[in-house]
Ligand binder design. Structure first.
Ligand SMILES: Nc1nc2c(ncn2[C@@H]2O[C@H](COP(=O)(O)OP(=O)(O)O)[C@@H](O)[C@H]2O)c(=O)[nH]1
Ligand SMILES: [Mg+2]
Length: 238
């Protein structure tokens, strides 16, 4: 199998949480670029010593948030084609593996099957028979409120724009990630708007679980999230 999928894994103070053994057991065609987002807990040293041999680590000197960490990772892959030869798809995946790496092949297969008909396939946390989505009810309700507001403000029509498991065709990375994001909190929405929502497929995941240790404090982030949606509306609304 060719090593055709690169996943950017943003990591901020993940030393106690990241399960590097799980990354070693990833499907055979997936390679990783871990991006240490200015962690101060030894995350980079832990990754450097325990990552799979064909994985790479990019260290950002200061914490700049998930959006910029993912963007820097994407640009690093584009600007250094020699580190990951043969890659056709680049995605990002949360370090806590809330979405298990077993979900990669299904997303990848849908993107490959669509050829140039799609730019990205994104995981979607739809609780239904046949899937195992373990999400706290508070997070679920807040997520539905977020979706309702973002759909009304931006006409997004996504069920779940915020899941941390997304894969893109390599040739759209520049379009989606070249410009800095205006939002630190909801950059996923900006990515969808940059590509055009008709270019993206949402794929219901078979498994997802809330992993303890989230660093996002939802009540205090809520205000900034809503404000960011307004900023995005002003920036992207034609
Ligand atoms: N909270 C937070 N996460 C970051 C930051 N930079 C990178 N990340 C990564 O973003 C991903 C999602 O973070 P997490 O705390 O699990 O957020 P949640 O699952 O959305 O509540 C993880 O891989 C983090 O390590 C940052 O500045 N803050
Ligand atoms: Mg998480």
């Amino acid at each position: 199998m060719s090593k055709n999928v690169i996943l950017i894994v943003p990591c901020y103070n993940e030393a106690n949480r990241i399960d590097l053994a799980a990354f070693h057991k990833a499907p055979g065609n997936v390679r990783f670029l871990f991006v240490d987002d200015g962690s101060r807990d030894g995350t980079a040293a832990k990754i450097e010593s325990g990552k799979p041999v064909d994985a790479a680590l990019l260290r950002l000197p200061r914490n700049c948030g998930k959006a910029e960490a993912v963007r820097q990772g994407m640009l690093h892959v584009l600007n250094h084609p020699g580190i990951f030869p043969g890659c056709e798809m680049v995605g990002f995946w949360d370090a806590d593996l809330a979405t298990p790496l077993d979900e990669v092949p299904a997303l990848e297969a849908q993107l490959l099957a669509a050829g140039r008909g799609l730019d990205a396939v994104i995981g979607s946390r739809v609780k239904k028979l046949g899937s195992k989505i373990e999400r706290s009810w508070t997070r679920h309700i807040l997520g539905r409120i977020f979706t309702t507001i973002s759909d009304n403000l931006l006409n997004l029509s996504a069920y779940d724009s915020q899941c941390g498991a997304k894969i893109f065709r390599k040739d759209v990375i520049d379009k989606a990630f070249a410009e800095p994001f205006v939002s630190r909190w909801v950059f996923d929405v900006e990515v969808l708007l940059r590509l055009g929502t008709d270019r993206v497929l949402e794929s219901p995941l078979r498994a997802w679980k809330d992993v303890r240790g989230s660093k996002i404090n939802i009540p205090s982030a809520s205000f900034r999230i809503i404000r960011d949606l307004w900023v995005i509306r002003r920036r992207y609304k034609k």
